[in-house]
Ligand binder design. Structure first.
Ligand SMILES: [Zn+2]
Length: 146
């Protein structure tokens, strides 16, 4: 799988057959996992969260990492970041739903005809804007306190 060249690690991958499209996708997924790993010759293995300065996981650092996309669009890279081993499953599941705009906001319930047309879409906490995922996570003055 690799070798040390001085103090730094060099990956060497060898394959038993020619890649098909699925193999290539799996390799890219593997590479996405390992390319940032720091392998040091004289240090024991450990897991750290690379998106915070203290290398400890927090929902704040995860939100910052996921929001770091200049386009503001959710991309595959963002979605894959939520399924990290060190993140509690309930947090990952919520973030995954949030990034795909699948949380049960009034706006989403209305789009699926679960709320009737005569029901208010105003935020249940502040009543100042339609209750959307971005309102609840970013704009709402009430949920910001939580
Ligand atoms: Zn609100």
């Amino acid at each position: 799988m690799g070798f040390f060249c001085g103090e730094s690690w060099s990956w060497v991958f060898r394959w038993g057959r020619i890649f098909n499209a699925n193999d290539l996708l799996e390799f890219l997924e593997l590479w996405n996992c390992v390319w940032r790993c720091k392998i040091l010759a004289h240090k024991t293995d450990s897991i750290s969260w690379v998106d915070s300065s203290d290398e400890l996981f927090s929902t704040r650092s995860m939100y910052g990492a996921l929001s770091n996309d200049d386009s503001g669009a959710t991309n595959v890279s963002s979605l894959s970041k939520v399924w990290w081993k060190t993140i509690p499953v309930k947090v990952s599941a919520f973030c995954w739903k949030l990034l795909q705009d699948r949380i049960h906001t009034k706006e989403n319930l209305s789009k699926r005809n679960i709320l009737s047309a005569d029901q208010s879409l105003a935020c249940a906490f502040c009543s100042e804007s339609p209750e959307s995922a971005s309102h609840l996570m970013i704009e709402c003055q009430f949920t910001a306190q939580v």
